[in-house]
Ligand binder design. Structure first.
Ligand SMILES: *Cc1c(COP(=O)(O)O)cnc(C)c1O
Length: 381
């Protein structure tokens, strides 16, 4: 039996709620389940306003419109990230400025951000890799100083927190101007495809609703605030159907259970692989003091590309599917079409050497022990 890298799961009343949504006679967006999900997030994480979207990518595209990105504006993005963190802004004509990670943590390094700020910089996009917080205090200080928007790519960061120097603890996604989360089947909380936009400044609540509703003021119309609705701004179709939010709501009812199981899985990998780290064979994730761990993924860093390739192959022969992650966006075909090749050393190193191990809710202790054993056999050989 193959141990897959990821496996979607049902944990509670997902199917029952989908049936309820269908029977209620409304399965388009913004029905009962969408509202329940949005309220859940607003209450649990003190997000001022949440709008469910069809993906995190969509939420990032909404944020780019809300930031009024125009041709030539510069947007600072880590080079070690998923395409959408950059593409959402490139779609609006932004020039993407790639910045490096720390050497021992794939998150964006604020010292590198500072070096790349120019009068044209309009947005910084911190990506909380593996759900581990970027240094939000340093990033928010830079943003304030230079009057720049911060859009958190919190795709992987549900239920994770950042602690400021004064001891204030805030949920990731509640710190920047906007934040985007994902409920893709590979994330902690899933809905197949799905996401949400968090709007932290009241000034943008109304425009965010309009952008999400194809550029119309339909949401205000349904609340009875205007007596007809029409085209008032840019927008697109960003809202998910009730079938998606019904599934999502059942997951949210079990969020604590999912998280506690994932943290057990994460700790088991960490403890099991500790010997190899102490021997210097591999590096393991570092969680800075200002961040919590939401156990979004478990990764290890090999010594070289060749070693990682050999390990992936070895594990595959043992029916264990491990996978590498991002290809530095500075090395992507799309970027190189219009730009010269640049080296972004730490990001390039993670591109070559980082390996993600199987991680999903239903992963058993027995399977995990087998994975850890096989990794040890590989390095002992
Ligand atoms: C998963 C992910 C996305 C994209 O999420 P979708 O919901 O699939 O659009 C964006 N950024 C990061 C960092 C991700 O991990």
């Amino acid at each position: 039996m193959t141990i897959p890298f990821n496996k979607p799961f049902i944990i509670g009343d997902e199917l029952k709620y989908i049936e309820e949504a269908v029977k209620s006679g409304k399965i388009s967006g913004d029905g009962l389940f969408t509202k329940k999900c949005q309220n859940f997030f607003e209450e649990k994480y003190s997000f001022p306003k949440v709008l469910l979207t069809t993906s995190c990518t969509d939420a990032l595209e909404m944020a780019a419109i809300l930031c009024d990105i125009k041709e030539g504006d510069e947007v600072i993005v880590p080079s070690y990230t998923f395409v959408s963190s950059a593409n959402a802004f490139a779609l609006r004509g932004a020039k993407i400025v790639f910045v490096d990670s720390y050497s021992d943590n794939p998150n964006i390094d604020p010292r590198e951000i500072e070096k790349h700020i120019t009068p044209k910089t309009k947005v910084i996009v911190p990506v909380h890799y593996a759900g581990v917080a970027c240094d939000m205090e340093a990033i928010m200080n830079l943003a304030k100083q230079h009057d720049i928007f911060v859009v958190e790519d919190a795709a992987q960061a549900i239920d994770s927190y950042y602690t400021f120097a004064d001891g204030t603890k805030k949920a990731l996604g509640s710190i920047g101007h906007f934040a985007a989360f994902s409920f893709h089947e590979t994330k902690n909380i899933i809905a197949g495809e799905g996401g949400m936009l968090v709007v932290n400044d009241e000034k943008y609540f109304e425009r965010a609703e309009i952008i999400r509703e194809k550029g119309t003021n339909r949401s205000a119309f349904f609340r009875g605030e205007v007596n007809k609705y029409g085209w008032v701004d840019l927008g697109s179709s960003f809202l998910p159907s009730e079938i998606i939010s019904a599934f999502l709501y059942a997951q949210l009812e079990n969020l604590d259970k999912i998280q506690s199981k994932r943290i057990d899985i994460w700790n088991r990998y960490m403890n099991g692989l500790n010997d190899l780290m102490e021997k210097g064979d591999i590096k393991l994730p570092i969680i800075p003091n200002y961040s919590t761990n939401n156990a979004h993924m478990f990764y290890m860093v090999c010594r070289s590309y060749e070693e990682r390739t050999a390990l992936i192959k070895y594990l595959k022969e043992k029916d264990i599917l491990s996978v590498f992650h991002y290809l530095s966006l500075n090395k992507s075909d799309f970027f190189l079409k219009n730009n010269l090749e640049i080296d972004i050393p730490n990001s390039d190193n993670f591109t070559d050497s980082l390996l993600r191990l199987p991680f999903y809710y239903e992963l058993t202790e027995k399977e995990q022990n087998l994975i850890i054993e096989e990794i040890k056999v590989f390095f002992d050989a």
